[in-house]
Design a protein around this ligand. Sequence first.
Ligand code: SF4
Length: 177
Amino acid sequence: MYLENINLSFIQPCTTDAKRIRIKASLPRNISDIFPYLNSYLKTAIYNQKANTLVFNKEHKIITIFEENINVAKLLNETEAFEVLDYLKDIINEVDEKRNEIQPSYELRKLPSPIEAYTHLPKLNCKKCGQETCLAFATKLIKGETKIKRCLHLYEKGNENNIDKLESMILLLGHEI
Ligand code: SF4
């Protein structure tokens, strides 16, 4: 079997939503050779060949697969965490078994842009995040050079949906929240 097990390494509350949890799991081998096949099989995944990451959404969850680790964010509880790890093991093994039937894809589907991130920021240009403008902050976010929590205005009431969108973008890019 290509992947015998996936071991849960830690469970923590999500950074911006204490009601949800995020997990990290370790893989018993480097699985980057299967990324182009998974990219082909999972039609909405984003395979970032440069960063060697494959990210996709499953319902409300955001799954980031690295060479030897998997991060899952926005899980409801531990039960769901174990369910999603079982699902991932099954799908990775299934894709491995079907390698001969799957055309590997190196396509990089559209990644989030600074302008897209900017649309979810408060647009106050208050500089409290250490950047001159919200657009400069958005650019740093997309590059993984700053964190969402540096913008305190985002955590004011009514911004929950914007935080959610920004988190999804950051995770899709393979950065830590
Ligand atoms: S703290 Fe937030 S609102 Fe202020 S400039 Fe930075 S990103 Fe914009």
